[in-house]
Write a protein that binds this ligand. Structure first.
Ligand code: ZN
Length: 248
């Protein structure tokens, strides 16, 4: 079993790292892992993309979840793990963060938005499904809560949806492509808090490794590719990263 000092050494040796984050980094901020027992999907059924598009009742339900914070995805603060990752970016050590999370906590910890590649979108704002126009949830909330108005695009009248990638919705092309480019350009691929079971996202660590990068995994639970990694730490992310990437 590796130590936090081993992780610090591996990071030190890297010239261009990519950080890959999953639910585990945000559980320390109080955001439940939606796939775990007690997580969001054990309490309510996901609304599939096709249902959202075709069924006004499902749209209403989705917006109710978004505006009442029922899913528990947003409204939390970054933790020590997010800040350690932000230091890696600020110091030029990490070129990008690839995340499966939709909580915006990397950006909230001070990482420039263009360094965060979101594979599953972002739950803290909405976009038009037709023209892509961004809408702030605050602007849509009053009309929905007071008058029950389902939001439509102010620009083109199209359907507006939180900017997450729903079940049944295809993976976003541009972020997937960028994630692949970053993965192939890195010499260290650092996985933080992902169980690495959801494809295609889980393919990135393997791609990095095959391409000659070192692979490090920090996760509380074992992952299916632990045996493939150069370093595995079954540890809390905030404390482990705080030690491996100390503040100045
Ligand atoms: Zn539009």
């Amino acid at each position: 079993m590796a130590s936090r000092a081993d992780l610090a050494r591996l990071i030190d040796q890297s010239r261009r790292a990519v950080v890959f984050t999953g639910a585990g980094i945000s559980t320390e901020s109080g955001i439940p892992d939606f796939r775990s027992p007690g997580g969001v999907w054990s309490k309510m059924k996901p609304i599939y993309f096709q249902e959202f598009v075709s069924d006004p009742a499902k749209r209403r339900e989705a917006w109710e979840r978004a505006f009442t914070g029922k899913a528990g995805w947003t409204g939390r603060q970054p933790n020590a793990g997010h800040y350690a990752v932000a230091r890696l970016v600020a110091r030029g050590k990490a070129s990008a963060i690839i995340t499966q999370n939709v909580d915006n906590l990397h950006q909230d910890s001070g990482v420039p938005a263009d360094k965060v590649i979101e594979l599953h979108g972002n739950a803290t704002y909405a976009t038009c499904l037709e023209c892509g126009e961004r809408h702030e949830l605050e602007d849509l909330k009053a009309g929905f809560l007071k008058a029950g108005e389902i939001p439509y695009c102010r620009r083109c009248g199209g359907l507006v949806k939180t900017a997450t990638i729903s079940f049944g919705q295809s993976m976003p092309e541009a972020p997937m492509l960028r994630a692949e480019e970053e993965t192939l350009a890195c010499d260290l691929f650092l996985v933080l808090g992902s169980s690495l079971v959801v494809y295609p996202a889980a393919g990135f660590p393997q791609l990095a490794k095959q391409n000659g990068a070192a692979l490090a995994i920090v996760n509380r639970e074992p992952t299916p590719i632990d045996g493939y990694a150069d370093l595995v730490l079954h540890d809390e992310i905030g404390p482990a990263l705080s030690e491996a990437v100390p503040a100045d």
